[in-house]
Design a protein around this ligand. Structure first.
Ligand SMILES: C[S@@+](CC[C@H](N)C(=O)[O-])C[C@H]1O[C@@H](n2cnc3c(N)ncnc32)[C@H](O)[C@@H]1O
Length: 497
């Protein structure tokens, strides 16, 4: 028994190597949505002098058995305690299953529809914690699994692991809850309850290993360009920032304050989780939720009272609110009526005004050329992974070419409708230079008569040699980071071409 225990990781590693080849073959023949991504990451890691397979989310999601059974436990012992299955955990599992099916968290409003507000908040917290730690959880789980569990059972194991090791849940509570959950999953779920009980009891003793695990890696389509741009150290720092999650930032109306710490760039930051709508000043419309990095686009535009400013991709409206609060006459354009509904709500709550237009920006022409345009263009949103850990699991980078082409077309169109001498701020919440630094360089090539307006002096540390502002999640590590953004302010020449 002792001998087979020692050999198991080696045999499993060998099996993993074969699976990896199979996966590559599957990818080659186009089998499965992301077969290559599923299997590429099977890796051997030195672990206490013994090799073990690091199987990522995607491996476990679709892979076959992983080696010889390591744990055998009678199902008769399962389910001690049997607490009633709880709504928040079930809601979290529905969200995670949706992400497995390729849906973003925000695409799943019905998943939590029947929950009370506190249950909903807890379900979201649990789902976010699991999605932020899914590969790390799988790295430990695979050590105890003799074969791949059903996807829904695996999600329960992941949830239990994260509750135990990341969220500090008491072992008996988290393990019993997990057992209770699989027991509601029909006969096959009930049959897995002994395994769930045994695996999670072992996992509960692995807090030191958990702490030593590296942060979740970005997928290759994102990690490679990030590493090419800033090197491995920065890549790891960005991944650590993703792992840490994000505080809540607020922008306050001029003359008002928002909850939390005042940041040097003018935003406010609350590190503790809180019910936003219950915070002081929410009902009064004194502030709105907006990441500190996102708020800097309007600082670069430097709106003046009375200026006519078009927010060309405006919804849900954080920047429209900033522009309106600065006294500009704002026209907020967006292609999505549903997203504009949120913008209208935000305007109303904050007592601010803007003309709201549902239109494709590429085909929209204002009655008069505006003084300035804010173009917060659609992008990969890879700068927001701290808050959207589902993003790396549901995106594969294939939309990138279409997005960069759309961004360039939007820049060109914005310049045609902007008044001579007017300012255009281009922004993307992306970590990819293709959607930031490269877009600026290409825009200057296409329009050599544009001038780059330098960011304010206090942002010089983050200013690129070309005059763009590069913001990254690893900045402000002690304060809690910021979203990844690229922002540049361009001035159209006085004499229109
Ligand atoms: C990054 S979000 C904008 C965020 C917004 N500026 C804010 O601060 O809340 C990009 C927006 O572009 C919109 N969009 C995408 N394609 C568009 C198009 N062709 N015309 C207008 N809006 C578009 C999307 O609906 C989305 O709301």
């Amino acid at each position: 028994m002792a001998e087979s225990h020692r050999l198991w990781p080696v045999a499993a590693a060998e099996f993993g190597r074969k699976l990896c080849c199979l996966g590559k073959l599957a990818a080659f023949f186009g089998l499965g949505k992301r077969a290559d991504g599923l299997w590429r990451q099977i890796a051997y890691l030195g672990h206490g002098g013994r090799p073990f397979i690091r199987v990522t989310t995607r491996n476990l999601r679709k892979g076959p058995g992983l080696g010889k059974p390591q744990i055998r436990q009678s199902h008769r012992n399962a389910g001690a305690g049997k607490p009633p299955p709880d709504a928040a955990r079930k809601g979290a599992l529905r969200l995670i299953a949706g992400v497995r099916d390729g849906l973003s968290l925000s695409d799943q409003p019905s998943a939590l529809a029947r929950l009370t507000p506190p249950e909903r908040a807890r379900a979201q917290r649990l789902a976010l914690a699991v999605l932020r730690n899914i590969d790390r959880a799988d790295t430990l789980l695979v050590q105890h699994l003799s074969k791949k569990p059903r996807p829904d059972v695996l999600d329960v194991l992941r949830l239990g692991t994260v509750e135990l090791l990341e969220m500090g849940e008491a072992p008996h509570g988290a393990v019993n809850a997990a057992v209770g959950l699989v027991q509601t999953m029909g006969p096959k779920g009930r049959a897995a309850s002994g395994m769930v009980n045994a695996v999670l009891r072992k996992i509960a003793g692995q807090s030191a290993e958990w702490t030593d695990l590296p942060p979740e890696e970005m997928p290759d389509w994102l990690r490679e360009p990030v590493t090419n741009a800033w090197g491995s150290e920065v890549t790891l720092a960005i991944e650590a920032a993703h792992q840490a999650g994000a505080p809540v930032d607020f922008t306050a109306k001029p003359g008002s304050a928002a909850p939390g710490e005042a940041l040097p760039t003018g935003s406010f930051r609350l590190r503790d989780t809180a019910q936003i709508t219950a915070l002081p000043g929410y009902a009064e419309g004194d502030w709105w939720v907006q990441d500190a990095a996102a708020a800097m686009a309007v600082r670069l535009l430097d709106p003046k009272p009375g200026e006519h400013i078009v927010d060309l991709c405006a919804a849900p409206g954080g920047k429209t609110l900033q522009l309106a609060a600065a006294g500009a006459q704002v026209t907020a354009v967006d292609i999505s009526d549903a997203r504009l509904a949120r913008l209208r709500e935000n305007l109303q709550r904050c007592g601010l005004n803007a003309q709201v237009v549902t239109a494709d920006a590429l085909e929209w022409h204002p009655a008069q050329q505006p003084d300035a345009i804010l173009l917060d263009a659609p992008c990969s949103a890879t700068g927001t992974i701290r808050r959207h850990p589902d993003l790396p699991l549901i995106r594969d980078g294939s939309a990138l070419d279409g997005l960069t082409a759309l961004q360039a077309a939007l820049i060109d169109h914005a310049l045609t409708i902007l008044k001579p001498g007017g300012r255009l701020v281009f922004a993307t919440c992306s970590l990819l230079q293709a959607e930031g630094e490269d877009q600026l360089a290409l825009a200057l090539e296409r329009h050599p008569d544009l001038t780059v307006i330098q960011p304010p002096a206090d942002l010089q540390d983050w200013t690129t040699p070309e005059g763009g502002l590069r913001l990254r999640p690893d900045y402000w590590p002690d304060r809690g980071g910021m979203d990844g953004f690229f922002i540049a302010c361009l001035q159209k020449p006085e004499a229109s071409r």
